[in-house]
Design a protein around this ligand. Structure first.
Ligand SMILES: Cc1cc2nc3c(=O)[nH]c(=O)nc-3n(C[C@H](O)[C@H](O)[C@H](O)COP(=O)(O)OP(=O)(O)OC[C@H]3O[C@@H](n4cnc5c(N)ncnc54)[C@H](O)[C@@H]3O)c2cc1C
Length: 281
C-alpha cells in the first residue's frame, strides 16, 4: 500500500465511502484511500427497517472491501495519531500515511455506561434501542401490548417530512393490524391501569382520529356535502404526514373508513372507481 494520498479518509462507513465515491466521480486522477480496520460495512439506515420487520439484519452487512468505490484503496488499519503539521496519520499497526487532504469520518462511539442504569435496563426484555440492537427492538415492539411509554418524535419533525412512518407500522398487515391498533397513535404509551379497558370500544370513539378525519373531510369537500376518499387522503397527509391507517389497525384508508360505518357513509360513483365519503347526520 502506498503511503501518500491526495485524499486520505479515516472510516469506511457510509460517510467515508460516499465522500470517496463523490470525489472520484469528479476527479478520476485523485489518489484516494480509506483507512478502516473493519471487515464489515454496515448500512445502518436500513436498521430502522429491521426493527420494523421489513429488512433482515444480515442484509445490512457487506464486506468492507466490496463497498469500496472503484479506484479507491482500502487500508485495513486503525488510525490512532494525527500529525496535522506534517499531514500525517499514524496507525496502531505502526504505519504512517501522508495526505494532501484528510477526511475524518470514524462514526460515533456508543457510551452506554455514561447514562446510569441504561446498561441494566437494556439487559431486560422491556427496554431497547434501535441504535444498539434493531432485532431486539423488533421483539420488544411486537411484545408491547400497552402500558407506560410515550412517542417522543417532535411534531415539528413529523411535519417536516413528506411522509412519516412509525417503525411499528412497517410490518402491519390488515389481518394482524390489531397489534398496532391496540396501542395506536398518541394512545400508545399513555399510562393506564388497564390499557384494554381504557381503549375506546369503537374506533369512532377515538376523538383524535375523528378530529383529524373531520378536518381533512372539510378541506376535501370544499362546498360539497361529500368528498372523494383520495382527496381526504391527500388532505390528511398535508395535515399530518405521520397519519397512517395502520396506526388504527387498518392497512388502507378505505379499510379504515369502512370500519367507521357508524360515522361515515360511502358510495362508489357510477362511472369510474371514485369512492365518495360523507359524515352521517
Ligand atoms: C438504527 C439506525 C438508523 C439510522 N437511520 C439513518 C437514516 O435513515 N438516515 C441517515 O442519514 N442516517 C441514519 N442513521 C445514522 C447512520 O449511522 C449514519 O447515517 C451513517 O451510517 C453514519 O456513517 P458514518 O460513516 O459516519 O459512520 P459508520 O457507518 O459508523 O462508519 C464509521 C466507520 O469508521 C471506522 N472507524 C472507527 N474508528 C476508526 C479508526 N480509529 N480508524 C479507522 N477507521 C475507524 C469504523 O470501523 C466504521 O466502519 C441511522 C443509524 C442507526 C443506528
Amino acid at each position: 500500500m502506498a503511503s501518500h494520498y491526495d485524499v486520505l479518509i479515516i472510516g469506511g462507513g457510509t460517510a467515508g465511502i460516499m465522500t470517496a465515491a463523490q470525489l472520484r466521480r469528479k476527479r478520476k486522477d485523485l489518489r484516494i484511500a480509506i483507512i478502516d480496520p473493519s471487515k464489515d460495512h454496515w448500512y445502518q439506515p436500513a436498521c430502522t427497517l429491521v426493527a420494523g420487520n421489513a429488512f433482515s439484519m444480515k442484509d445490512t452487512r457487506r464486506d468492507e472491501a466490496s463497498a469500496m468505490p472503484p479506484g479507491v484503496g482500502l487500508i485495513r488499519q486503525h488510525a490512532s495519531v494525527f500529525e496535522p503539521e506534517a499531514n500525517t496519520v499514524r496507525t496502531q499497526e505502526g504505519r504512517a500515511y501522508t495526505y494532501g487532504h484528510l477526511v475524518v469520518a470514524p462514526g460515533i462511539q456508543m457510551n452506554i455506561d455514561d447514562l446510569p442504569g441504561l446498561r441494566e435496563a437494556l439487559a431486560t426484555d422491556k427496554v431497547c434501542s434501535n441504535h444498539i440492537d434493531p432485532e431486539k427492538t423488533r421483539h420488544v415492539m411486537t411484545a408491547f401490548k400497552g402500558g407506560v411509554g410515550e412517542k417522543k418524535t417532535p411534531d415539528a419533525f413529523v411535519k417536516a417530512c413528506e411522509r412519516f412512518i412509525y417503525v411499528e407500522n412497517l410490518d402491519v398487515q390488515e389481518a394482524g393490524a390489531g397489534a398496532a391498533a391496540s396501542t395506536s397513535g398518541k394512545e400508545r404509551g399513555k399510562r393506564t391501569d388497564s390499557t384494554a379497558k381504557a381503549r375506546p370500544a369503537k374506533l369512532s370513539q377515538n376523538a383524535e382520529l375523528m378530529r383529524k378525519l373531520r378536518k381533512a373531510f372539510n378541506i376535501a369537500k370544499g362546498e360539497e356535502e361529500e368528498a372523494s376518499l383520495s382527496l381526504i387522503g391527500q388532505a390528511l397527509r398535508r395535515l399530518d404526514p405521520g397519519f397512517d391507517p395502520r396506526s388504527y389497525g387498518h392497512a388502507s384508508l378505505s379499510a379504515l373508513v369502512n370500519a367507521l360505518k357508524d360515522q361515515l357513509e360511502t358510495r362508489r360513483e357510477e362511472k369510474g372507481n371514485t369512492v365518495m365519503v360523507r359524515f352521517r347526520g
